[in-house]
Design a protein around this ligand. Structure first.
Ligand code: NI
Length: 387
């Protein structure tokens, strides 16, 4: 097991990779240049088993240990950027206006490449490591698609691990918890169907604007009055479309929003109660509603054994005082959740220092975190697959 000092020699090179990726951000599944870059680097490390074109631009590469037979574990990095105009003012800013690595997936990719380089040259483990480079994490379900395309079965992956940088957490610190670590993400659309008319004669209309306002407030009481205070539920109405004039009461109001939960039961509850509450309010005012409810990422659920292995790997890298093994779950979501539904394992947060927040135009992955992420991956492999 190694301390972080072992990985300082990869810092310079990994920084170059990270900044190159940062300058060339690509979106969703269209990661052609990124995938080519990753594939070339993997091949240059002497890795022979590289499969490309999984979920369009995803890659799985395997490295066999020299410690004999054993299981295969999957390490996953996401590679996609976001449609944001960069304002970091860094010399390595995006050269594609409107695209930006604002979630640090450039750093995630560089760290897994660094680990690949180290593991390919040392191979001090039994079994095999499957390096999973994933497209389309940002809302386009690339993780789900890689699972659907059968990577777990094809590569014989027994356990799977993921990592995300965390702005606001100190460099060299790790955070993890057993059980739910990130929330499930659902989205809903509600159409409130009233009867439009002249804004000066509201008594001849069924005003869907007023009804929508009641529904928005009603939805908040599902959280404050109908949910166990010790369980987490977020319902946010984020979009509202009514008439485009001062003197028209519209026929209908369209609203949309998001639901975040940490337990599956609460997800069912939210879907059922949003419908019941919105319909009840609308009916009371003589209107009707239409609800569309879509489930996206499930809860990112850390399994106990995988969590303990991750904690051991991180503690050996940075010391026990730098690993918080009881962080609070975050209400954001992660499509690595699909991989953790398919196989046991764990997801961990890595300190990114005092940078701007994720998805902010001024965000930049902190290159000082690179040796820690690389070291975590290597220690994890040598822990789970101890020869
Ligand atoms: Ni991300």
């Amino acid at each position: 097991m190694h301390s972080v000092e072992t990985f300082r020699n990869l810092h310079g090179e990994a920084t170059e990779w990270r900044r190159y990726l940062h300058q060339h951000p690509e979106l969703d599944y269209r990661l052609h240049n990124t995938a080519r870059f990753v594939t070339e680097k993997l091949a240059s490390f002497g890795i022979n088993h590289i499969e490309t074109g999984i979920a369009e631009t995803g890659i799985v590469a395997t490295i066999q240990g020299e410690g004999g037979d054993g299981p295969t574990i999957g390490l996953r990095a996401d590679m996609d950027a976001l449609p944001i105009v960069e304002a970091s003012n860094k010399p390595w800013s995006s050269t594609t206006p409107g695209n930006m690595h604002a979630c640090g997936h450039d750093g995630h990719t560089a760290m897994l490449l660094g680990a690949a380089k180290h593991l390919a040259s040392t191979r001090n483990f039994k079994g095999s490591v499957a390096l999973i480079f994933q497209p389309a994490e940002e809302g386009a379900l690339g993780g789900q698609r890689m699972v659907q395309e059968g990577i777990m079965e094809r590569f014989g992956i027994a356990q799977v691990f993921g990592m995300h940088n965390a702005p606001g957490m100190e460099i060299g610190k790790f955070g993890i918890c057993d059980g739910p670590i990130m929330a499930a993400l659902d989205e809903f659309d509600i159409i409130v169907k009233g009867r439009g008319g002249h804004a000066a004669a509201p008594h001849r209309t069924v005003d869907p604007v007023v009804i929508a306002a009641q529904i928005i407030l009603g939805l908040q009481t599902l959280v404050s009055r109908n949910t166990d205070p010790l369980e987490s539920l977020v319902i946010s109405v984020t979009k509202l479309t009514a008439a485009q004039a001062y003197n028209i009461i519209p026929q209908q109001v369209e609203m949309a929003g998001t639901v975040r939960t940490l337990v599956p039961g609460l997800r069912d509850f939210a879907e059922r109660q949003i419908l019941a509450s919105a319909k009840g309010i609308a009916t009371g005012f003589g209107a009707d509603i239409e609800l569309k409810y879509r489930r996206h990422d499930p809860v990112t659920f850390n399994h106990t054994e995988g969590t303990n292995l991750a904690i051991t790997a991180a503690r050996n890298l940075v010391g026990p005082e730098s690993v918080n093994d009881k962080i609070k779950p975050r209400m954001g979501s992660e499509d690595f959740a699909y991989m953790l539904e398919a196989r046991p394992g764990a997801f961990i947060f890595l300190g990114n220092g005092p940078t701007a927040g994720l998805h902010h135009p001024a965000y930049d992955f902190n290159d000082d975190a690179l040796p820690y992420g690389i070291g975590y991956w290597v220690n994890l492999v040598e822990t789970v697959l101890a020869a």
